[in-house]
Design a protein around this ligand. Structure first.
Ligand code: NAD
Length: 326
């Protein structure tokens, strides 16, 4: 049994990960600031499955508030691995609020790294993003591609800066690091700002779906439990190895064009979608497409969930939420 600190534990991916790590037999220390980007009560609900578990503890703290705030908030017990998911996520809002994104994702990450150094915690799994590839022409995206002049949103820049920072701590202090670039994660508890969540709600309300661009943009949608499986494997890898610095794609290796996604959502909901075409949004890339051979080789990562199955699970979850709210 290892002790794992999960930052961003109350969020979409973090809450699923905490459940998986508890299931794997680990102790989980959760940290979150309940960022108001979306509803606090939704995040409290995300934690419901973990709260009662004897190997789970939760600590409300904000990474932006510095080292002392972390020292005060977190227990002094040993931590073996930190999984750093806390961030302001999302491309679009970062274009409007670049300072907030950089403060949170870069300064917040630096505070966490300093806290780890002070506590002599040697292992970090860092959540990066496919957005760092920008509009790289060569596909699928490989981890060793040149990422000079690729970040076309403050969010992407903040995530690539995070990767650079973890390298600095690896170089200076011997920190073992896995940086994982996630690719459009979806599934139960998905953030309400993300396309699949918004589109299902619009369809259920009988409203048209906005198509940004001509509908040919594509995303490498990854089901949340596949992403979480990759993180869990990454944690095991870190526990078993020393002198690690690796960057991995945790995607699905299967880009889906927007119009195909909308048709699949229509099938999952059982409604024929109506569309309205709108201009592309600032910061959005044309396609994301992960080469996952490195994660397969290093971690044995192999995503299992088809888009149709994943969408069905998401719609079932959303319907159950709505029933519970009535
Ligand atoms: P989320 O917003 O649901 O979860 C992030 C959590 O971090 C939230 O609960 C939030 O309250 C918390 N948080 C934010 N700032 C914090 C701070 N300063 N201190 C403490 N907690 C803070 O988002 P998610 O979709 O679960 O994303 C998790 C991670 O994965 C993020 O780093 C995100 O950038 C990355 N990522 C997600 C996707 C995706 O498609 N969901 C894709 C690529 C990368």
């Amino acid at each position: 049994m290892a002790s794992i600190l999960v930052t961003g534990c109350a969020g979409f991916i973090g809450s699923h990960l905490a459940e998986r790590l508890l299931h794997d037999g680990h102790r989980v220390v959760g940290l979150d600031n309940f960022d108001p980007f979306y509803d606090r009560s939704r995040k409290q609900q995300n934690l419901a499955g973990c709260r009662a578990h004897p190997r789970f503890s939760f600590h409300e703290a904000d990474l932006r508030h510095g080292l002392d705030a972390l020292v005060d908030a977190l227990p002094a017990d040993p931590i073996d691995v930190v999984v750093h998911l806390a961030a302001k996520a999302g491309v679009g809002p970062s274009v409007q609020q670049p300072v907030a994104y950089l403060e949170n994702n870069v300064l917040g990450t630096t505070h966490l790294l300093e806290w780890m150094r002070q506590r002599e915690i040697q292992k970090l799994f860092f959540a990066s993003s496919s957005s760092v590839y920008g509009n790289t022409r060569e596909q699928p995206f490989r981890e060793d591609m040149n990422l000079l002049s690729t970040c076309i949103s403050p969010y992407a820049a903040s995530k690539l800066s995070g990767e650079q920072l973890t390298y600095t701590y690896h170089h200076l202090h011997g920190l073992d690091v896995l940086n994982a670039r996630f690719f459009t994660v979806y599934g139960p508890r998905q953030r309400p700002d993300l396309a699949i969540h918004k589109f299902v709600r619009l369809l259920q309300a009988g409203q048209p779906i906005p198509v940004f661009g001509d509908g040919t943009t594509a995303r490498d949608y990854t089901f949340v439990l596949d992403t979480v499986d990759g993180i869990s494997r990454g944690v095991d890898y870190l526990l078993e190895h020393t002198d690690v610095y690796e960057t991995l794609n945790l995607g699905n290796n299967c880009p889906v064009p927007l119009l195909e996604l909308i048709a699949a959502i229509g099938e999952a909901v059982g409604v024929e979608p109506q569309l309205t075409f709108q201009p592309m949004q600032a910061g959005d890339v044309d396609i994301t497409y992960a080469d996952i051979s490195k994660a397969q080789r290093l971690l044995g990562y192999t995503p299992q969930t088809s888009l149709a199955d994943g969408l069905r699970e998401f719609v079932q979850w959303l319907n159950a939420q709505e029933m519970a709210a009535v």
